[in-house]
Design a protein around this ligand. Sequence first.
Ligand code: NAD
Length: 256
Amino acid sequence: MLGIGIFGATGRIGKLLIEALQKDKEANLSCIYVRNELQYSIPQGVLVTNDINVFLESSDLIIDFSSPEATKLLLDTAIDRCPKPIVIGTTGLNKMQNDLMISASQKMPILYASNMSKGVVVLNKLSKIVSSALKNSDIEIVEVHHRDKKDSPSGTALMLAKTCAEARNLNIDNVRISGRDGMIGKRSDDEIAVMSLRGGDVVGRHSVGFYLDGEYIELIHNATSRMTFANGAIDVGKWLSKQQNGLYSIEDALTI
Ligand code: NAD
């Protein structure tokens, strides 16, 4: 049995990971890290700790859905004390945190995915094809998430924008805009717009539009349950536990 430790266990995704692992036949919940007292009951035999060293030592694999600051703490400790395979689902990492993840992957296998759903992997592949095939189309990406989401645009929308840009040999940092307001003038040809809407309890909606004169294509993915992300993270975790040190993407783990 693969013993999985959950980092961010009291969060929306963390709680679902705990639920999903109770039904899993190949992996179980070994340990959860909590900063403060736990407000809900967890299965017997699972270690609950606020000591990251103990947490790392008690798990074969870590799944992280927390916050960028917490992910940094986890990676710093893993590098210094106890390298373990880590699946990172936390989004909104800044450049420094992203660089830390890259250097940590020299000491342990790490899989980073801003979206753990198989459907989004397919959406990303389709976006690449359409961006390249319809080179003159105007690309507009819209993401919708629940009112509590902290980062914007979503990590998934940024990934989709990067994929579309690279399919046209463009650097996303030079062509992305994430807002329009006032007398902004004509849309530029290379521009890739990424717009964020926030409201209610929307789990996650991403649309990638390719607009031409006389026709357009819109590719849309809707996540209707957060359990999709929890199950996806556990699936790629089982794969990651058998890999060498290195940084992996969800595409590496799935055969789609
Ligand atoms: P949440 O706010 O409900 O939960 C966050 C968890 O992290 C909580 O348990 C909290 O206690 C813990 N945490 C936060 N800061 C911490 C710190 N400094 N030290 C220790 N623990 C800390 O959030 P959520 O909706 O569960 O999402 C968590 C992360 O996962 C976010 O970055 C979100 O964008 C991302 N996310 C990714 C995917 C994906 O498929 N990759 C899907 C959904 C959400």
